[in-house]
Design a protein around this ligand. Structure first.
Ligand SMILES: C[S@@+](CC[C@H](N)C(=O)[O-])C[C@H]1O[C@@H](n2cnc3c(N)ncnc32)[C@H](O)[C@@H]1O
Length: 263
């Protein structure tokens, strides 16, 4: 490739690649006690803090709740629970005594994290399960609030549509924060070695941005099974937020409205 072609190639490649592309992530394939996975989860805690994702979700759910605290919160793909704990710390003064369920395929919530939930008076239980299995077999009543952070991008659209349908049957409010898919985020994700992130994190960060979201993509996949207020937007440089709120008399926030399938 001559130099002009190379410059052109590098300047247009990220834009061409911005169609959503879901690839396997290394952290999902490593066992929980693999040192590379342990280190990558530590990186993830730092990246979540840098991206401010707990605040992104906290602001959305406080607004959606209209002053009515939820009794239960389920976090899907909760990992080691540290993101959910961060969220709890932000919400606990407004929402005391929430019952949290942390669902993840890996059973990796530490005793310290559980104790920290207890200290906040938020009861926490963990469920080691595939979210599809758990959502399909759970028979208890709807939970007030379901959250997910850096989780939905793991799934290609058909599976994601199925997941959103299962979630919509189980809750009145679903709030998520995902990677924002656009060229700047992709470029920054390629520089995480500067923060000392390990090879697993560096691989997964790039894969996550490519599988992330842009525009009303999650709203388009949300099922037409009732009346929902949908909000979806880029937040800051790296985050993409989606909130689906069942229209049942709770405070209404501006956004798209879907009644039986019409946006
Ligand atoms: C990128 S991590 C995010 C963890 C956490 N939400 C956070 O922000 O730190 C994605 C998590 O999803 C979990 N996961 C992936 N596919 C899953 C599935 N089908 N069912 C349950 N958990 C899954 C992985 O084990 C991993 O902990």
């Amino acid at each position: 490739m001559d130099s002009i072609t190379q410059i052109l190639h590098h300047s247009i490649t990220p834009i061409q690649m911005m169609n959503r592309r879901v690839q396997p992530e290394l952290l999902d394939e490593l066992s929980a006690n693999d040192p590379r996975a342990i280190r990558s989860r530590r990186d993830l805690r730092r990246l979540n803090a840098l991206m401010g994702n707990a605040g992104v979700i906290a602001r959305a759910v406080l607004q959606a709740s209209g002053g009515r605290p939820p009794r239960q919160l389920v976090d899907l793909g909760a990992g080691d629970g540290s993101f959910t704990l961060r969220l709890a710390k932000r919400l606990r003064l407004t929402w005391p005594n929430v019952e949290v369920t942390l669902v993840d395929r890996q059973d990796i919530v530490s005793a310290d994290t559980r104790r920290e939930f207890e200290a906040l008076s938020w009861g926490a239980r963990t469920v080691a399960a595939d979210v599809f299995d758990w959502l399909t077999r759970a028979t208890d009543a709807r939970v007030d609030l379901v959250t997910a952070n850096l989780f939905l991008h793991h799934f290609a659209d058909p599976a994601l549509g199925r997941l959103l349908e299962l979630v919509s049957n189980r809750t009145n409010c679903f709030a998520v924060c995902e990677p924002r898919r656009y060229p700047t985020a992709l470029r920054v994700s390629q520089w995480l070695w500067l923060l000392g992130c390990n090879s697993v994190t560096r691989h997964d960060a790039v894969a996550s941005v490519r599988a992330g979201f842009d525009g009303p993509e999650l709203s388009a996949l949300w099922p037409a099974n009732g009346s929902w207020r949908l909000r979806e937007e880029a937040v800051g440089l790296f985050s993409h937020r989606f909130v689906a709120q069942r229209l049942n008399g709770a405070q209404i926030t501006p956004g798209l409205t879907r009644h039986g399938g019409q946006l």
